[in-house]
Design a protein around this ligand. Structure first.
Ligand code: SF4
Length: 410
């Protein structure tokens, strides 16, 4: 939306000075929905004369609540261009239309939006997919986003080439459930990554969150042949217990997940395997929690994002018995985070002595390696440079020094 508005000649301003404040909300957890509401209240208070636009998933989930908070315009999770049109009409002197969230299940095509970066970053985001048909029992997203819609391969290629041409050196291929890419248009996930990587030329490709059940051996084999694909795979685990996974409606078992991790490790050199975990799912016993901790230790993830289970009304899990108390959830989250911290430390220490390809940001003093580790070294903003890793800092970043340029440096 920001890119579209800038292209139309508008400028960004601090919220207290802006004519319009856009709050793009999130509903994935109860906490994100709460923060979204808080952001709307805060914007109203900061700048009572601004027009307030509320859009995204929390608005989609509860349009009335968004209006009750004082939104002048409410948009859903699939109508960003309509938001921009509303602002354009305001600029032209009209102010009547108050928006609508639309019907997600009626959405059949992906909304094509200009891919881009967050301000000043060398990494751009290319959204290739929206929607999800998996209906995991805890998740509200399929109800808010609608069915899988994919960006056609030729558009993926065009956008990836444009971003590389504009100087971005890393393109993150994202979506709501990106590994389901193509099921609506007869394409497949590996072809998506091959297409994006070929078109991105000197830029490298990083993949967003993946569903482990979609990464079969043939897909992993094809991915491993892509030279500019980052060896970083965010595989959503959610639980390491077979019983909990079944109740979550996830389409893999812990053994199946471990086999995918093994396959990736056999094809890529020490890839970063990162994940998300939900603790305290309804009915999760101490034994199931222990199974998850053991599984985390077994896989040795490079990073784990731990979330206490959050009830989303309207989902199957919201009706399940055996709610876990907040105290127990917090304790389990803390235990899982401690497990994750130990695994991360081991992964970081394994990097010492290696040479990583770092894309520098922040004025060239820090950047991220191909395996998504933060590296502190003296480089050059916007460039990928080889860095010899010499140590791990207290803050968890790696440190090292830039080596003379090699063939792959861009
Ligand atoms: S695959 Fe992801 S987005 Fe889809 S229902 Fe499951 S958790 Fe939600």
């Amino acid at each position: 939306m920001e890119n579209l508005l800038l292209a139309a000649g508008h400028v960004t301003a601090p919220p207290e000075e802006a004519d319009v404040v856009i709050i793009n909300t999130c509903a994935v957890t109860g906490e994100s929905a709460r923060k979204s509401r808080q952001a709307v209240r805060h914007a109203k208070k900061l700048n009572p004369s601004a027009k307030i636009v509320v859009c995204g998933c929390a608005a989609q989930a509860d349009e009335e609540a968004a209006r009750a908070l004082g939104a002048d315009y409410v948009g859903g999770a699939g109508e960003r261009r309509a938001v921009v049109e509303y602002i354009e009409s305001l600029a032209a002197g009209n102010s009547g239309y108050a928006g609508t969230v639309g019907n997600p299940s009626a959405r059949r095509e992906i909304e094509q939006l200009p891919a881009g970066a967050f301000d000043g970053h060398s990494r751009a985001y290319l959204k290739v997919q929206d929607g999800c048909g998996n209906y995991c029992t805890y998740c509200i997203i399929p109800y808010l986003r609608g069915p899988v819609r994919s960006l056609p391969l030729e558009d993926v290629a065009r956008e990836a080439a444009r971003l590389a041409e504009e100087g971005y050196r890393e393109i993150v291929v994202t979506g709501i459930e990106v590994s389901s890419y193509g099921e609506d248009i007869g394409a497949d996930f590996a072809a998506l990554v091959e297409t994006a990587a070929r078109a991105a030329g000197p830029a490298r490709i990083r993949l967003g969150s993946l569903e482990p059940s979609r990464l079969d051996r043939e897909t992993v084999r094809r991915l491993a042949e892509i030279p500019n694909l980052c060896p970083h795979f965010h595989l959503s685990l959610q639980s390491g217990s077979a019983g909990v996974l079944r109740r979550m409606g996830r389409k893999y078992t812990p053994d199946g997940f471990a086999a995918v991790a093994e396959e990736l490790r056999s094809r890529f050199f020490d890839p970063a395997l990162t994940t998300d975990l939900i603790v305290g799912f309804p009915g999760e016993t101490e034994e199931e929690h222990e199974e998850t901790l053991a599984f985390l230790r077994g896989i040795e993830f490079a990073a784990v994002h731990v979330f206490p289970y959050s009830v989303r009304e309207g989902t199957a899990a919201a009706r399940m018995p055996g709610r876990i108390t907040n105290g127990v959830k917090a304790r389990r989250a803390q235990e899982a985070a401690e497990c994750a911290r130990i695994c991360r430390r081991a992964y970081l220490e394994r990097q010492v002595g290696r040479t990583l390809e770092v894309l520098f940001e922040r004025g060239g003093e820090r950047g991220h390696s191909e395996n998504y580790l933060e590296v502190a070294a003296h480089g050059e903003h916007g460039k990928i440079l080889p860095v010899k890793i010499t140590g791990v800092r207290e803050d968890g970043a790696l440190e090292g020094h830039v080596l003379p340029a090699r063939g792959r440096t861009v």
